[in-house]
Design a protein around this ligand. Structure first.
Ligand code: GLU
Length: 305
């Protein structure tokens, strides 16, 4: 597959389109100041080829994409016991919805919505002596990059403005599904969401999920083959808020989006890909990112379906 040519064609098509229906997220003040014209895309194959176009070396806020890494850490450590605390069903609701959580007595539908990621952070605090260090060292390890970190201005901004996440964690605490101090859990969650990478670093990290659970380049196993299949299945069904069906329909790859405008996806056994473009549709997914990935699987004729 000539990915170099393909990415150049996608870049040209994205750059010549107008994305009038997209918006920047306004509920995290720090994310409102990003240049909406940014677009970057990277693709790295399991046979070692690395392609990038546009702003692929500029860091952006991973937001919900980082939830996949926190889930991977607890899944590696606790195995199937994780699912005693969080489900594997798509929510069909916005990522920060409180209604379903109340109806389902504080048991989150899946680890990739906010409530589920808060429970995952609670499990990290419960299971590790130095939770923050363990989480970030783990992410640096699977990224094979010791410079990966969170952005402290975004973290502060989320902390100041995170009213809905506060409401959610207190609701769960009232049902007994959060074991630790709610401020401690929120703090870890806000730091996780403020993680920064560029699309090249993000696709490098996501190669883990294309590579049967082994860190690409070191071949150290993090997840078993079966756990990797399941993690990809959760991304496929739950990775795009209440638009997971639309992403599956248009793109046909497991992946995860974030309100920072990023999307990461994998074709197991072949490649990992990441896009970044800040303008979001009404469901919170990057408009240009979804289009670029749709073009990738349509033009290449490769998807998991
Ligand atoms: N930090 C964001 C929040 O908690 C993450 C949202 C997202 O990217 O889906 O609302």
């Amino acid at each position: 597959m000539d990915f170099k040519n393909l990415l150049n064609r996608i870049y040209a098509e994205i750059k010549s389109s107008k994305w009038e229906d997209g918006n920047l997220p306004d509920y995290i003040p720090e994310l409102k100041h990003i240049n909406p014209d940014k677009f970057g895309m990277s693709l790295i194959t399991l046979d070692g080829k690395n392609y990038g176009v546009g702003d692929f070396q500029e860091k952006f806020s991973l937001q919900s994409i980082a939830k996949v890494f926190a889930f991977t850490l607890v899944y590696k450590d606790l195995g199937g016991k994780v699912f005693e605390r969080v489900g594997v069903e798509p929510s069909g609701n916005p990522f920060n919805s409180l209604i379903q959580l109340e109806q389902e007595r504080g048991f989150p539908r899946n680890p990739l919505i906010n409530a589920g990621a808060l429970v995952v952070c609670d499990m990290i605090i419960e299971n590790f002596d130095t939770p923050e260090k363990t989480l970030f060292d783990f992410i640096r390890k699977i990224a094979r990059n010791s410079s990966i970190d969170y952005n402290s201005s975004v973290y502060q901004s989320e902390k100041n403005a995170g009213h809905r996440n506060r409401a959610m964690i207190h609701l769960m605490k009232s049902f007994g599904t959060i074991k630790n101090d709610t401020d401690k859990v929120l703090d870890l969650y806000f730091k996780l969401c403020s993680l920064e990478m560029n699309t090249e670093e993000l696709s490098q990290t996501f190669l883990l999920y294309a590579n049967e659970g082994k860190i690409y380049g070191s071949d150290e196993r993090i997840l078993t083959k079966s756990q990797t299949k399941r993690t990809n299945a959760i991304m496929q069904t739950c990775g795009f808020y209440d638009e997971a069906g639309e992403f599956t329909f248009r793109v046909g790859l497991p992946g995860k989006s974030g309100v920072g405008g990023g999307i990461a996806a994998v074709h197991p056994g072949k490649y990992a890909v990441a896009t970044w473009s800040p303008l979001l549709n009404k469901k919170g997914n990057s408009v240009a990112g979804m289009k670029a990935l749709e073009l990738l699987t349509t033009k290449s004729g490769w998807s998991v379906f």
